[in-house]
Design a protein around this ligand. Structure first.
Ligand SMILES: [Zn+2]
Ligand SMILES: [Zn+2]
Ligand SMILES: [Zn+2]
Ligand SMILES: [Zn+2]
Ligand SMILES: [Zn+2]
Ligand SMILES: [Zn+2]
Ligand SMILES: [Zn+2]
Ligand SMILES: [Zn+2]
Length: 301
């Protein structure tokens, strides 16, 4: 069985663990070479860049968790810590500790004591710091949080309730709050997941890696609504050919009723071991069904 080759553009992720390798020159770095006066201050800002941080983020500060008053390298370090059983609300962080000079202070991009950028990328809303600007972080007001992948590559779909690739603009089926749900495979909440998410043909969403696992198991229908996950026309054509080449024995030449998972129409077709094709849309994504109730008799007088 040949595997279909769906290619869905990605949705925006929440700040990820992985670092992209693309070269990305920020406006700040370009500006740094402009004046000589500002270059001293700029080199101070850049001091220690990417030299500090945790396994999640390169950054030059730690945060004081507002919930337990403990100090952590980042929000994720807090959430993964064995000593805490709650999640840190990123917006609530109020104090940070500069890792260059060890000064605790209110949240800001530049350390009030030593003048370094505690994060090359800084979001005042999320209290988020990151020195790896290659990720293309941006804050989406509608999502209410920072995402990665480059602001220019994403737009916020109001109906689906999340940032989607611009490639998907007017090219996906909107499902109300599609992203404010759990992955149907691993049940992780998708909206602030750190993993990449894909949108299926039906508009339902799923982690990219969970989706790929599904395809590996030859599962081509949405776990939520059973519709085909992508354009299957090439695959259906192959099945047409296989069916044409495989004549069923006389005893099996009877008709069955099927319901199409793609167009929701019922049809009566010849049984075939390879597949049963919807007579309305041509999909093989069908299941057996009972014959429809008899249409009401016409009252002919
Ligand atoms: Zn961390
Ligand atoms: Zn400092
Ligand atoms: Zn933000
Ligand atoms: Zn958004
Ligand atoms: Zn949408
Ligand atoms: Zn998943
Ligand atoms: Zn679906
Ligand atoms: Zn159909």
């Amino acid at each position: 069985m040949k595997r279909a080759n769906p290619s869905f553009p990605p949705l925006a992720r929440c700040a990820p663990l992985a670092v992209t390798s693309s070269v990305f020159v920020t406006a700040m770095e370009t500006a740094a070479s402009a004046g000589t006066d500002s270059s001293a201050a700029d080199s101070r800002l850049g001091f220690g860049k990417k030299e500090f941080g945790c396994r999640h983020y390169r950054r030059r500060c730690k945060i004081r968790a507002p919930c337990c008053n403990e100090i952590f390298s980042c929000r994720l370090c807090h959430n993964e810590s064995d000593s805490v059983l709650h999640e840190l609300c990123r917006q609530d962080v109020q104090r940070v500790i500069c890792l260059v000079c060890d000064t605790e202070q209110p949240v800001a991009q530049v350390c009030s004591n030593c003048g370094v950028n505690m994060g090359e990328y800084f979001c005042d809303v999320c209290k988020f710091y990151d020195d790896d600007v290659d990720k293309g972080q941006f804050h989406c007001n509608d999502c209410g949080m920072c995402r990665v992948g480059g602001k220019e590559n994403f737009y916020h779909c109001q109906k689906c309730g999340s940032c989607y690739s611009v490639v998907l603009r007017d090219k996906h089926r909107c499902v109300e709050n599609s992203m404010r749900s759990h992955c149907p495979i691993c049940y992780e909440y998708l909206f602030d997941s750190l993993k990449e998410t894909r949108v299926l043909n039906c508009g339902h969403t799923i982690h990219r890696e969970c989706f790929e696992e599904m395809l590996e198991h030859a599962q081509y229908s949405c776990p939520i609504c059973s519709k085909s996950v992508c354009d299957m026309s090439k695959y259906w054509k192959k099945l047409d050919e296989e069916i044409a080449a495989t004549i069923m024995p006389e005893d099996y030449r009877y008709k069955v009723w099927i319901l199409c998972n793609d167009c929701n129409e019922a049809s009566e077709v010849f049984f075939h071991i390879i597949g049963r094709k919807c007579s309305h849309c041509g999909s093989y994504n069908t299941r057996s069904t009972s014959p429809p109730a008899m249409p009401p008799q016409l009252n002919s007088s």
